[in-house]
Design a protein around this ligand. Structure first.
Ligand code: PAF
Length: 281
């Protein structure tokens, strides 16, 4: 695997791939890689000739400096994993390579920016779109791959691509779960064994809602789900929503594309998860 830390070196390499007419698949990450990330690389390999993975812990998407500080950084292990799955290129720039210290970014992301995650993490999606825009412009991928776990992030990035007319196809990849059902996340590193047990209420509740979606009344399901999660010790619910899968507005109709999304603090760690309830087709 080739590793680049500067835009110039990466672009020089990619120009050669372009000249060879290779299609580029891009998997942007913040590192602390797990099986979920590797599944993105593996899917990318089915679509593209050359795979670029980026590892960059993006300061502009953290609204809490303590959260940025404690975000796991495991670069040696990450490189090892990427080599195991035959990733072609790793882009691992320092902050100064991406930001020149004099940045202004604001995109009109509409209501998507302020709902659910947006409400709990003000400014987060401006930071995400800012860095993904920069990374897309550096890598110029044909296709970029993102996990379904960050469902709202996928919608926001799709909106940015549409607004700015960017020539990249986006692919959403299924959530990877541990055998107990916990959605894989870089943040799981911070869970104690007890936290992990408590955290299972999130996937269990999502599954329960999925199993009961056809027969259930949406507002009753949502209330039951909130009660189930709130009853779990050391789990502080931020939101549980059954939402329109395109707009993330609360769903009022089981025939549309529908997703259930949850965010909660488990001990000191904030987790998110979701499940598709209906594809609206
Ligand atoms: O999903 C992530 O890991 C990050 O939000 C992303 C897309 C790499 C942007 O920093």
């Amino acid at each position: 695997m080739k590793i680049f830390t500067t835009k110039k070196d990466l672009q020089q390499h990619l120009l050669q791939s372009g000249a060879l007419n290779k299609t580029i698949g891009f998997v942007p990450t913040m590192g602390a890689l797990h099986q979920g990330h590797l599944s993105l690389i593996e899917l990318a390999q089915q679509y593209s000739d050359e795979i670029v993975c980026s590892i960059f812990v993006n300061p502009s998407q953290f609204n809490d400096p303590a959260d940025l500080e404690k975000y796991p950084r495991t670069i040696a292990a990450d490189i090892n994993l990427l080599e195991q799955v035959n990733c072609d290129v790793l882009f691992n720039p320092p902050v100064s390579e991406i930001y020149d210290g004099n940045e202004h970014w604001h995109l009109n992301l509409g209501e998507l920016e302020n709902l659910l995650e947006g409400k709990f993490r003000p400014g987060h999606y401006q930071g995400v779109t800012q860095v993904v825009y920069k990374l897309f412009n550096i890598v110029k991928p044909d296709t970029a791959f993102f996990g379904q776990k960050d469902y709202q992030q996928f919608l926001v990035i799709s909106k940015m691509v549409e607004l700015l007319n960017m020539p990249v196809k986006l692919v959403m990849c299924p959530i990877k779960r541990d055998s107990d059902g916990l959605a894989m996340s870089s943040r799981n590193i911070h869970l104690t064994q007890t936290d992990r047990q408590h955290a299972l209420v999130l996937s269990k509740t999502l599954n329960w809602v999925k199993d009961n979606f056809e027969k259930g009344n949406i507002s009753r399901l949502k209330k039951e789900a909130e009660l189930m999660i709130s009853a779990e010790p050391d789990v502080e619910l931020d939101y549980f929503e059954i939402a329109n899968g395109d707009t993330l507005h609360p769903a009022d109709d089981t025939s549309i594309k529908t997703v259930a999304l949850v965010a909660a603090k488990v001990g000191a760690t904030r987790l998110i998860d979701n499940v598709m309830l209906a594809d609206g087709r």
